[in-house]
Design a protein around this ligand. Structure first.
Ligand code: PEP
Length: 251
């Protein structure tokens, strides 16, 4: 198997005020060489904090990402933010197609695919999220759903260097519930096969993250699963101590 350097990315969602930047300092102070060698570290704060977080994080070799972007570069889209704006503020990546965006804002695979292309246009890495709902898992359609989302949300130009895929079962997000290691292994093996089929060596080298209730106590088990190349972390990324606890699993 190829050696893929894992990525551990924190998604702050709609949490964080200026005072929360202290968590970036605490994260930077707590990162040791073992963690840095083992994994790339990223925080995706709310858009209001991207510039300040990027200014702080560069000194700690922590990358900063956005949580969403519009498909267009600029224009009459009140309240939206473009990938170019995120890049200008110091972000190097952006999450697209998070299940909360798909649910709260009705984002289709087609929209997510165009957002990923917008990310690349601005020079950002696209972190594309996929994952089944509880009903879909119970119906036995997990692989169908993930396969359809991969086909529809991942653009033709996807490469290992510009794209990260995050498998996030919707029922595991923010619930404390996690799939078994075997279930994660099944989905990640499936995603790897689909991506390698479509993008050859680039698909084989693309980072595949697991996301959904990752915390210090379960990180070691989840990140050890075959074809899991890191984690996308929500709740446990808000406090540097928790996030460091997850990163410690990589040492
Ligand atoms: C997420 O929403 O990306 C996520 C993984 O959230 P949590 O870790 O809180 O389940």
């Amino acid at each position: 198997p190829t050696a893929i350097k894992p990525l551990v990315a924190g998604n702050w969602k709609m949490n964080g005020l200026a005072a929360s930047l202290a968590e970036i300092d605490a994260l930077g102070a707590g990162l040791d060489d073992g963690m840095r060698d083992a994994a790339d570290v990223m925080i995706c704060p709310p858009a209001t904090l991207v510039a300040a977080a990027a200014a702080k994080a560069s000194g700690y070799r922590v990358a900063i990402g956005g949580q969403d972007c519009h498909t267009a570069e600029k224009g009459a889209h009140t309240g939206d933010i473009s990938a170019e704006m995120l890049a200008d503020a110091g972000a190097t990546a952006v999450i697209v197609g998070h299940s909360e965006r798909r649910a709260d804002h009705g984002e289709s695979d087609d929209v997510v695919r165009r957002k990923a292309e917008a990310a690349w246009r601005a020079g950002l890495v696209a972190i594309i999220c996929v994952g089944e709902t509880e009903a879909e898992r119970k119906a036995g359609s997990t692989l169908d759903v993930v396969g359809r989302q991969l086909a529809g949300s991942v653009p033709e130009g996807a490469r290992a260097g510009n794209t990260v895929i995050a498998y996030e079962p919707v029922w595991a997000i923010g619930t404390g519930l996690t799939p078994t290691a075997g279930d994660v292994a099944e989905v990640h093996a499936f995603m790897r096969a689909r991506l390698a089929e479509r993008f050859a060596g680039e698909g084989a080298a693309m980072r595949l993250l697991y996301g959904g209730s990752v915390k210090p106590s379960n990180a070691a088990e989840l990140i050890a699963v075959e074809e899991v190349n890191g984690a996308l972390v929500g709740g446990a990324s808000l406090k540097a101590a928790d996030f460091l606890g997850i990163l410690a699993a990589y040492r």
